[in-house]
Design a protein around this ligand. Structure first.
Ligand code: KG4
Ligand code: ZN
Length: 337
C-alpha cells in the first residue's frame, strides 16, 4: 500500500512517498526558516507564497529521488494535512493533493496535523493502545488520551501560548532568530538553571498548561537585569518548562492509569526534555515513546502513517473538501466524512 503524503500547514513544504509494507521510499522537507528568521516568526503570506513556489519542485524531486516517475500510477492514495494550520498554507497542500488525486484517479485522505504528530511514534515501533500523547509543538500543547485510531480524548491544552511558541519568543527576546527552540537548547548546554522562574498552573487540578506568565517573567528579568547570563537564562527556562510538562504528564498518568506515554511534536526534539522524561520513565516504569528528532519536527512521513491508518479503515474524502484552519482533534472527521 503506497501513499504520497503532503504537509504544508506551517513553514515546511514536506512531501513523502511511503509504503506501508516497505517504509519510506522518499521524503523531502523544504524549510522556510531562513526566510522567516528575520521577522522572528512565521509570516503567513510569505509562507503560502513559498509553498506555491516550491511544491511542484519537491514533488518532482521526491519522484526522481526514488526513480518513481514511471511508476507514479502505483500510488494508491494521497494523504494530506487538512487542519490545523495557517489557512493559506493549508490551501496550497490541499489543492495539490486534490490535483494529484484527480489526475491519478486515486482517493484523497485527510489527516489532522496533530494526528500526524501522534502517529510519528509508529514509524519506529508498533504501539499498543491506549496511550497518552503529550503533543508539544510551535502551535500546540495538548495532552491526549489515544484510545484507538481516530478516538482521541483531549485531557488538557494550553490556555495561552504553545510551548514551542514560548521557546521561539524567548529566543527572540535574547536577540536570536527563528526557530528559537534549537537555539535555546544549544545555549542552555553552556548554562545552569540558576534563575527562579514561575510555573503557572502547575499545581492546579486540571491538565491544562499556561506559558504566557513564564514568558512575561523572562521579559521582566531581562528588563530589570542588564547583566543576565543568556546561557543560564536559557537553561532556567528549559528547566522550568520541563518541570511543568513532567508534572502535568505525571498527573495524567495518575488520573487515567495509562502508563504508556508518547512525547511528540517539534519541542520533543529538546535534549533536556528528552533526558528528564527518560529519567522519569526509568524510575517509574513508564513505557516512554519519543520519536527520533527528525520525526519530532514537521515532516510528511507522519502524515503518511496517519493517512494509511485512515485509508485502511476505508475512509477518504471527496474533491469538494476544503482546508479547515483550526478543527480540534477530537471532532476531526465529523466536518467532512
Ligand atoms: O512540530 P513543529 O515542527 O511545528 C508545529 O507543528 O508547530 O514544531 C516547531 C516548534 C518550534 O516552536 C521550534 O522552536 C520547536 O518546535 N523546536 C524545539 C526544538 N526543535 C524544534 N524546541 C525546543 N528544543 C528543540 N530542540
Ligand atoms: Zn507540527
Amino acid at each position: 500500500m503506497l501513499t504520497l503524503a503532503i504537509e504544508t500547514s506551517c513553514d515546511e513544504t514536506a512531501l513523502a512517498l511511503y509504503s506501508v509494507e516497505k517504509g519510506v521510499i522518499s521524503s523531502l522537507i523544504l524549510s522556510q526558516a531562513k526566510i522567516h528568521s528575520k521577522y522572528g516568526g512565521v509570516v503567513p503570506e510569505l509562507s503560502a507564497r513559498e509553498h506555491v513556489r516550491n511544491i511542484l519542485y519537491i514533488f518532482d524531486s521526491v519522484l526522481e529521488e526514488s526513480n518513481f516517475k514511471e511508476n507514479i500510477d502505483d500510488i494508491d492514495f494521497i494523504s494530506f494535512t487538512l487542519t490545523p494550520g495557517l489557512i493559506l498554507s493549508l490551501v496550497v497542500g490541499v489543492a495539490f493533493a486534490k490535483a494529484v488525486g484527480f489526475a491519478l484517479k486515486k482517493p484523497i485522505v485527510p489527516v489532522h496535523h496533530l494526528e500526524g504528530h501522534i502517529y510519528s511514534v509508529f514509524y519506529e515501533r508498533k504501539v499498543v493502545y491506549p496511550f497518552l500523547s503529550l503533543i508539544i509543538s510551535g502551535g500546540h500543547t495538548e495532552l491526549v488520551l489515544v484510545k484507538d485510531f481516530g478516538d482521541y480524548e483531549i485531557l488538557g491544552s494550553t490556555i495561552d501560548d504553545a510551548v514551542g511558541e514560548s521557546f521561539d519568543k524567548i529566543a527572540r527576546m535574547l536577540g536570536y532568530g527563528y526557530p528559537g527552540g534549537p537555539i535555546i537548547d544549544k545555549l542552555a548546554k553552556g548554562g545552569k538553571p540558576s534563575y527562579k522562574l514561575p510555573k503557572p498552573l502547575v499545581n492546579d487540578s486540571s491538565l491544562n498548561f499556561s506559558f504566557s506568565g513564564l514568558k512575561t517573567a523572562v521579559r521582566t528579568l531581562l528588563e530589570r537585569n542588564k547583566n543576565v547570563i543568556k546561557e543560564d537564562l536559557a537553561s532556567s527556562f528549559q528547566y522550568t518548562v520541563t518541570e511543568i510538562l513532567l508534572e502535568k504528564t505525571k498527573r495524567a498518568v495518575r488520573e487515567t492509569g495509562v502508563n504508556r506515554v508518547a512525547v511528540v511534536g517539534g519541542v520533543s526534539a529538546n535534549s533536556h526534555i528528552r533526558q528528564e522524561f527518560n529519567r522519569w520513565a526509568g524510575e517509574e516504569n513508564i513505557e516512554l515513546l519519543i520519536p527520533s528528532p527528525y520525526m519530532s519536527t514537521d515532516n510528511a512521513i507522519m502524515i503518511a502513517i496517519a493517512g494509511a491508518e485512515r485509508f485502511k479503515r476505508g475512509i477518504y474524502a471527496d474533491y469538494s473538501i476544503n482546508p479547515e484552519p483550526n478543527t480540534p482533534l477530537d471532532v476531526f472527521g465529523k466536518t467532512w466524512s
